[in-house]
Ligand binder design. Structure first.
Ligand code: PGA
Length: 236
């Protein structure tokens, strides 16, 4: 495990972007696992800037996102597909057909999970998986006490998550109750993992994830068992 402590959110974002850029330079057809949430936004902004300056080429890059709400189509502003298009894909020369986000409106969600895992497998594991960490230690939508050996699956969102998301929707009835997420096993199959965390409020959970017991109670603790984990954080 490599831990890079940075001064603030901007330097964390820049450092994470450098690692992702290096991956593209070394292997232009890299397959990235990408994450949504507020933490990676700064890294995406930096990658866009380097692309615009002519320093990065995304034309051969492929991506797979960690998760998506069930019931939201890609043009819904709260969908993760919409987030990725607007925070990254629309601003770089990636082929949108090479970007994959679980299809939350698939007729057969189980088949969609299997399609996703099949793709990860066909790539022989993703080259670099970017991850954020939730306050409760979740990665993707793998909430505490999710088994470590789960592949991509459908999760019932906890009432606390539904309540927390209600502010983004017209009414609480519109908040998705389920999501598709890559499981801990799918995540751990990546060749390299890059975990980003920022803010004092993430310090304790990051500490537990990296140095505490490896337990499903803290889903991110599974990452201690990965042989190429880099953590970039500004949590002091
Ligand atoms: P955040 O979310 O980046 O918005 O803090 C991280 C996560 O929940 O995975």
């Amino acid at each position: 495990m490599r831990i890079i402590r940075t001064e603030d959110y901007n330097s964390m974002s820049r450092c994470a972007a450098k690692i992702m850029a290096a991956q593209i330079v070394l292997k232009p057809d890299s397959i990235f696992g990408l994450a949504t949430g507020s933490t990676p936004i700064g890294a995406y902004k930096q990658l866009i800037e380097w692309y615009k300056n002519g320093d990065l080429d995304f034309s051969l890059v492929k991506t797979m996102n960690l998760d998506e709400y069930c019931g939201l189509s890609g043009d819904h502003e709260q969908s993760y597909r919409y987030f990725m298009n607007h925070q990254l894909f629309n601003h770089v020369n990636i082929d949108i057909n090479n970007t994959d986000v679980p299809n939350g409106i698939a007729d057969d969600l189980q088949a969609e999970c299997e399609r996703y895992d099949g793709l990860v497998k066909s790539f022989g594991g993703l080259d670099l998986q970017l991850l954020g960490i939730g306050h409760n230690g979740h990665i993707g939508f793998n909430e505490p006490n999710t088994e470590f050996d789960k592949n991509t699956h459908v999760v019932d969102l906890k009432q606390s998550t539904i309540d927390a998301n209600a502010r983004f929707f017209k009414s609480i009835d519109d908040v998705p109750k389920q999501a598709i997420t890559m499981g801990n096993k799918s995540i751990m199959s990546a060749k390299k993992i890059l975990l980003v965390a920022s803010g004092k409020e993430k310090r304790d959970i990051l500490e537990r994830a990296l140095y505490g017991p490896i337990t499903p109670e803290v889903p991110a603790s599974v990452l201690q068992m990965h042989n190429d984990l880099t953590v970039v954080c500004s949590v002091e």
